[in-house]
Each structure stands twice: as C-alpha cells, then as structure tokens.
Ligand binder design. Structure first.
Ligand SMILES: [Zn+2]
Length: 453
C-alpha cells in the first residue's frame, strides 16, 4: 500500500482527480517565479516557465535509464536535488536558489524529513516541488522483495507528508535511491500514479571531488546534451560551493530553468506531443537538409531501347583470364593458374534442344558388389551391416557385441535398410550381424550424422 497517506488514491478513477482529492501540489504552479521577477537580483537566471506533467501519461522519465524524459526545449534545464533535507547545506542551497529565483525539485528521504521536518516545510514555502526518495535510502531496491520495496516507498511518502502536515505540497514524483531501477519498483509506482524520475545527466557531486569538478561536469554534460534533468544533492557542501557558478554559467550560455509540477484538475498537463518526450526527437528537417532532392530529369522522347540478343551474351573466346608471364613472379615462386579456377563456360542450349532429359540407366545407382551397408534405424545409431556371406561373421561376433553393448537395450527394435547387389529393400532383422568389412569410414560416417540429429 502506499498507505496511510495515499490510501484513497487507487479508489479514484481519474489520476488527476486523485491528486486533487489528496490535495497534492495545489498552488505549486502559481508560486513559480519568472526570470523577469527577481527583485534585487538583476543577474538572476530565474525560472523561465512551469511545465505541468501527468505522471500517469509518462510514468518513467530520465534518459539515463528510460526512453522518455521531460518535454524540454533546447537549452532548457530542470534542477533536482536528492537526499535532503540536511539543515546546514540544504538551507544554503535554498538561499542560492532564492537569490537566482530558481525553482527546483527536491527528492527527500523519509528519515531526513522525520529528523528535520521544518526544513521540508521550507522547501514548500519557497515554492519548490517536493518528491520522495524512499524511507532510508537503500541502494538495493533492485534486489528487494516486493513487500520491502513497497514499504520503502510508502514510508518515505508518509514521513514527508507528516513533516508537511498535509499532502498539499507533495508531488507524486519518486526517485529510486542510487537509480537502482527494478520492475517491482516501477510497477508499484505506476499502480499508484507515481512518476519515477531518473535523470539525463549527473555532476558526480556525491563523489569525493572538488566543487570545481562538480561545476565542470555539470556544465560539460549539459553542453553535450543541450538540455535535460540534472541530478544534484542538496546535502553536499561541494554542491553548495558549485551551484552559484553553475547557475551563472548556465545563464551566460543561454540556458533556461524550467520548474516541473504535477497536473491537477485546476492545472492540467502542459499540452505536448509524444516526440517531445524524447531527448532528441527525430526531426523532419534533418532528413530534408541531408538528403538531396531527386533531380527532375527531362525525357526527350519515349523511344524504347532494343532488348539484348543472345549473341550479346556469348562468351568471348580468346580473352585471357590472367597474364601468364607474370603469374609466377606475382606468386613469389608459387605458380598460379593461368585461368580463373571456376568451371569453363558451357554453351547455351540451342533453341531446338529437347526439354525432356533421358532417364538414367539403372546401373547408375548400383553399388559395388560386396558393399552392403545397413543404415541403422533411429534406435541404433552405431550399427553397420557386413555382407551376409562374410566368412568372418562368426569370428567377429564378439567384437561386435563389445561394440554394440552400449546400445543393446534397443537392439531388438532395429529396422535396417539394406542394399544387396543394387536392389534395395528394407529388412527388419532380429539377429545381430557384425560390422567389419566396411566398418571404418562408413561406420564413422553414420556415427557423425547421428550426432547431429
Ligand atoms: Zn539519493
């Protein structure tokens, strides 16, 4: 269950109605700042627009793991901060964002919200979007039993809701700790109308790197993608140190910040087309600009070309296939053929050639006297029959028994195909005969074939 907090969610027929009934996110869009409205901060990057999304229409976003991402225009960026709140660093992040009139999305941890509920309310009061990030941030949600997965999600939502005092500012957005995606997590979130957020790029700010490196990674990766969801951590001091430079550089390079909120009845989803949810949607302009147009040929007349005659296809006798003089030298002493090794040409049949070929004579199919092979049936792959008249039959019976002991159980079911003097027939024989006269290669052949059946 998504439980105590969202107990009524699945009882509703409409996802939008669910959020309204639960009071989720009411008024978030109205609080979004506009870049032009940043009193006292003329250099602020601001927030260029608010994007309203319906989690049920797009349940998983972020191209690091999913096909879809937010429908952003080129040079649009969505800032996200994970793992808070942690008062000292999170407060500084909030101040930096306030100074820049930037709205972001925070994925809060249940335990942190329980420990610092006032800081969760600060996020709401500043107009940011608040999602959840599990109860205690396990990095093993992709290996958990489904019941534990549900518990992690439910408890995180419950803790953040409790910190807020109600659910009016809680967005149905969830980020899996460590981005350890799993089908159980995704299925459960989707069943509850919760949108899973991966990211489009990171700045590695949880690693032991300098704030300058965080800045470089954020800007370089943004430049590579051109737009997208940036994942940061508001609990990290290096992120606090890097964020002002990141925002200033984004503005200098013409990037714009987009604030994302969930849809409600009063605030429906921003109209979009499916290709917009791809990071790099296919564009008709690309094909048009890269492929030349087919030229408009002018046909002078409709004269038909003559069909080729048979003589056009005749082999040109006398054409050398390879220069004989240089053949040896090119082969480094190894003679090479004067002609190409493919078969010589055959003349086409005259028009008067008979269409019916003569039947082959019977002796074409006759086998040599004494070569009598009994092909083993499917039940006995190893048996090759000797000539019945062989005088060695009795003497070799023992070796045959040894050889055939591995298949003795199926012996009595054998049916054998025998050739005798060119006349073939199927013989079902109850007695065992001995393979010896042509045992070698023929037996081997039969065995090899059997192994591949
Ligand atoms: Zn995290």
């Amino acid at each position: 269950m998504i439980g105590k907090v969202w107990a009524g969610v699945r009882a509703q027929q409409s996802a939008v109605l669910c959020f309204v009934m639960l009071g989720l996110c009411t008024g978030l869009a109205a609080q979004t700042a506009i870049a032009a409205d940043c009193p006292g901060h003329p250099d602020a990057i601001g927030t260029s627009r608010t994007l309203v999304v319906d989690p049920r229409e797009h349940p998983r976003i972020g191209t690091m793991q999913y096909p879809e991402t937010l429908p952003l225009e080129d040079h649009e960026v969505v800032l996200t901060f994970d793992d808070g709140p942690l008062p000292r660093n999170s407060d500084q992040i909030l101040q930096i964002l306030a100074d820049q009139c930037v709205k972001a999305t925070f994925f809060t941890i249940g335990k942190m919200a329980q420990a610092y509920p006032a800081n969760v309310r600060k996020l709401r009061d500043a107009g940011h979007t608040i999602g959840t990030h599990s109860w205690d941030h396990p990095l093993t949600m992709n290996r958990m039993p489904v019941e534990r997965v549900r518990q992690e999600i439910d408890d995180g939502i419950a803790a953040v809701s409790a910190a807020l005092g109600d659910t009016t500012a809680l967005a149905p957005f969830f980020r899996i700790p460590g981005l350890a995606r799993a089908q159980d997590v995704e299925d459960y979130a989707a069943s509850a109308g919760v949108q899973i957020w991966s990211a489009d790029f990171l700045a590695d700010d949880w690693r032991h790197i300098s704030s300058s490196r965080v800045y470089e990674l954020a800007i370089n990766r943004l430049e590579n993608y051109g737009k997208g969801i940036l994942l940061l951590h508001d609990i990290q001091a290096r992120t606090v140190a890097a964020l002002p430079r990141i925002l200033a550089e984004m503005k200098a390079r013409g990037y714009r910040i987009v604030h994302v909120v969930p849809a409600t009845l009063q605030d429906p989803a921003t109209p979009t087309e499916p290709p917009q949810w791809l990071l790099h949607p296919p564009s008709e302009n690309v094909a048009i600009s890269h492929w030349p147009k087919i030229p408009a040929f002018t046909v002078a007349s409709a004269e038909m070309l003559p069909a080729p005659s048979r003589s056009d296809l005749d082999w040109q006798d006398g054409l050398p296939m390879a220069p004989a003089e240089n053949a040896t030298s090119r082969g480094r002493g190894v003679p090479v053929p004067r002609e190409a090794p493919w078969p010589s040409e055959s003349l086409p049949a005259p028009d008067s050639a008979a269409t019916v070929l003569p039947s082959p004579a019977q002796n074409v199919f006759e086998m040599q006297e004494g070569l009598r092979v009994v092909l083993a049936s499917a039940a006995s792959p190893r048996h090759v029959e000797p000539p019945i008249s062989s005088t060695r039959e009795a003497g070799l019976a023992k070796s045959d028994r040894d050889d055939d002991s591995r298949g003795a159980g199926s012996r009595k079911h054998h049916a054998r195909l025998a050739h005798r003097g060119g006349a073939s027939h199927v013989a079902a024989r109850g007695n065992r005969a001995v393979a010896h006269a042509h045992r070698g290669p023929l037996k081997h052949l039969v065995q090899v074939k059997r192994r591949h059946v």
